[in-house]
Design a protein around this ligand. Structure first.
Ligand SMILES: Nc1ncnc2c1ncn2[C@@H]1O[C@H](COP(=O)(O)OP(=O)(O)O)[C@@H](O)[C@H]1O
Ligand SMILES: [Mg+2]
Length: 226
């Protein structure tokens, strides 16, 4: 299957609170995107010490993620720098640290640098409540006429035995948001996502990570490019 992205490529940013699984998901997506024939790079906008767990950049130093991962460019000229780094006809994927609303922080810069914002969200009432400020930030960019990315929501760390992700999905859809079909399950098994940091990600056919990689590509590929 081929994916034809525009000549100047596409840019995706993963957002969400700390521990939502952003870095783990992106580490897996990179390899799946490469397997799909996409020329992709990762950019780590997380600052060291922001999160308890390791950053994407630290992971890339420990294991081959299949694609190069660059540390954060300066926030002030982020959009231009990310465009410069994006492979022609390819993809730049930005990992971010825990969402914060501070002006001058990296997150508004990321929102202005990407075509698609992916909100990684654990489907609990508290997490949905907190996600409000991410959604509000994107709405705000729209209101002031600044370039604002499209937004999709991915349910992550989904625990099948806990409160229903279906309710969260429905509530978000009712509020007008796009929730992708693929959910990333919570997986604490020895070879599961929760134990994968620092290792070369397992790229399993039919896995949630592969399905998410494809669903995201479908979202950013122009209609005539599929
Ligand atoms: N799908 C998952 N299932 C189980 N544990 C996960 C999963 N994704 C991430 N984790 C674990 O949760 C913690 C936070 O994940 P991480 O990817 O660093 O989140 P973020 O980058 O959003 O802060 C890490 O210890 C990681 O190993
Ligand atoms: Mg992270």
């Amino acid at each position: 299957m081929g994916w034809t992205l525009p000549p100047d490529g596409r840019r995706i940013g993963l957002l969400g609170k700390g521990g939502a699984g952003k870095s783990t998901t992106l580490a897996h997506l990179l390899g799946h995107w490469v397997a799909e024939g996409v020329d992709v790079i990762g950019i780590d906008m997380d600052r060291p010490g922001d999160d308890e767990s390791g950053s994407l950049y630290a992971w890339a130093e420990l294991a081959d993620l299949g694609a190069p991962v660059y540390p954060a460019p300066a926030h002030t000229r982020l959009a231009a720098e990310v465009r410069r780094l994006t492979p022609a006809g390819g993809l730049a994927a930005l990992d971010t640290g825990a969402w914060e609303r501070k002006a001058g922080g990296p997150h508004f810069a990321v929102l202005s640098a990407v075509d698609l914002a992916v909100l990684m969200l654990q489907p609990t009432d508290m997490d949905v409540e907190r996600a409000g400020s991410v959604l509000a930030a994107i709405d705000h960019l729209d209101e002031v006429g600044a370039p604002a990315p499209d937004l999709v929501i991915v349910l992550s760390m989904v625990n099948r035995s806990a409160a229903s992700p279906a309710d969260t999905r429905q509530a978000l859809a009712d509020a007008g948001y796009t929730v992708l079909a693929t959910e990333i399950p919570r997986s604490d098994a020895r070879d599961g996502y929760g134990q994968s940091f620092g290792k070369r990600p397992r790229l399993a056919a039919g896995s949630p990570m592969q399905l998410l990689a494809r669903e995201l590509l479908a979202h950013i590929t122009p209609e005539d490019g599929r």
